[in-house]
Design a protein around this ligand. Structure first.
Ligand SMILES: Nc1ncnc2c1ncn2[C@@H]1O[C@H](COP(=O)(O)OP(=O)(O)OP(=O)(O)O)[C@@H](O)[C@H]1O
Length: 255
């Protein structure tokens, strides 16, 4: 299990049981090691931020957690069950939802139709059964006025909101957000953060990869730092941001 920056054991943010546990997860693409002995746990209802330079292996880590790529070694437990060899769809059905760095909605479907597809597919229920829940999610994510708009004509912020809404439609207990604040204006970023905080406040555990640090640090209870596929720090955001390694490696500040 990864130690904190000061060598302390990982804190689960006082949230009790772990919803997700990685133990020694490793992955290589040919000669390139993208995940090396990654171990950490996320508490139920906790929000964990993941930072690291470009190419550090952050999105790859999400793909390992969701099962989109198989781990070479190590184990992944979700809600107490070993899911290391479980296919992505089954992980989604058991409560793992994710957004992708580049939103890819069904452009020729409306916003509401996009949600119906995600809700029905992500819960193996009929569209009529998920329709009310999808309408609620549109309200929660600030998209209700765009319900009948084609996804292809949305602004970047609205596409990010739709990406979030599609993940929520699968009714996640753990929500994985991949650079959802990237490319937004300051005001847009603030409004998206407010939405994410509200989702987290309802008890959904969040793992959020983000380069927009002020947005990330306003939500998460802990930060994990990846560098060349290795966890080089995990702990409270203020401790991580003050760490020499992180300042040198990630923020590019010479000490
Ligand atoms: N399917 C793949 N095959 C081979 N190499 C890959 C594959 N996917 C990612 N990589 C490489 O693995 C490394 C980690 O990529 P990854 O996208 O996980 O980084 P990241 O930390 O998310 O970067 P960014 O912040 O730029 O999104 C990179 O060198 C990338 O080129």
């Amino acid at each position: 299990m990864a130690r904190g920056l000061l060598g302390a054991p990982p804190i689960l943010g006082g949230m009790g049981l772990a919803i997700l546990e990685l133990d020694g997860v490793s992955k290589k693409f040919g000669a390139l090691t993208v995940a090396e002995q990654i171990s950490f746990a996320v508490g139920e209802g906790e929000a964990l931020g993941i930072i690291g330079p470009n190419g550090a292996g952050k999105s790859t880590l999400f793909n390992l957690i969701t099962g989109n790529i198989p781990a070479d070694s190590g184990s992944i437990r979700f809600l107490g069950s070993d899911v290391t060899r479980t296919p992505p769809m089954a992980r989604c059905l058991s409560g793992m939802g994710r957004t992708f760095q580049i939103p890819q909605p069904f452009e020729k479907l409306t916003v509401f139709e996009n949600l119906l597809v995600a809700g029905a597919f992500g819960s193996r229920r009929r569209e009529a059964e998920v329709s009310d829940r999808c309408a609620e999610i549109l309200v929660d994510t600030g998209l209700i006025d765009q319900a009948n708009v084609l996804a292809g004509s949305l602004s970047l912020l609205q596409r990010k909101r739709l990406e979030l809404a599609r993940a929520l439609a699968t009714e996640p207990k753990l929500l994985l957000l991949d650079e959802i604040a990237g490319g937004l204006t300051e005001g847009e970023c603030r409004s998206l953060v407010a939405t994410i905080r509200a989702i987290h406040a309802r008890g959904v555990a969040v793992i959020w990869i983000e380069h927009v640090l002020h947005a990330l640090n306003s939500v998460v209870e802990r930060l994990l730092v990846l560098h060349f596929g290795k966890v080089i720090g995990i702990g409270k955001p203020e401790d991580i941001m003050a760490s020499r390694d992180v300042r040198e490696i990630y923020l590019g500040i010479e000490i």
